[in-house]
Design a protein around this ligand. Sequence first.
Ligand code: FES
Length: 112
Amino acid sequence: MIICSCTVITDAHVETALIEILNQPNAPLPTPGVVFRHLSKKMNCCGCAPLVVTKIYELVDKLEREGRVCPYASANTKIRLEKLNVALLRKPAAARPAHFCGPASVSELTSV
Ligand code: FES
């Protein structure tokens, strides 16, 4: 399934990128920007950002269940993504990055 129509990135591309990113020593946080850079692509309109974030969360869980990424790396990634979302949610909406597409509130984040 195509996730980004501007760059023609599919969920399979994102999955492959996540495997490669999360299996690196000191893996970076797999934000959409990190995933796109890993794929040598650059976001254009950012219209896909919410879908990319959702896919990253889904795929990290899937890859962990399948044993394709280290469970410690996966858990560390989830904790860091959650902290990033909390930090961004504490900022006024106008101060968040234009492409921020995390949960609308901290309570929504912790209910997931
Ligand atoms: S749809 Fe992904 S950058 Fe435009």
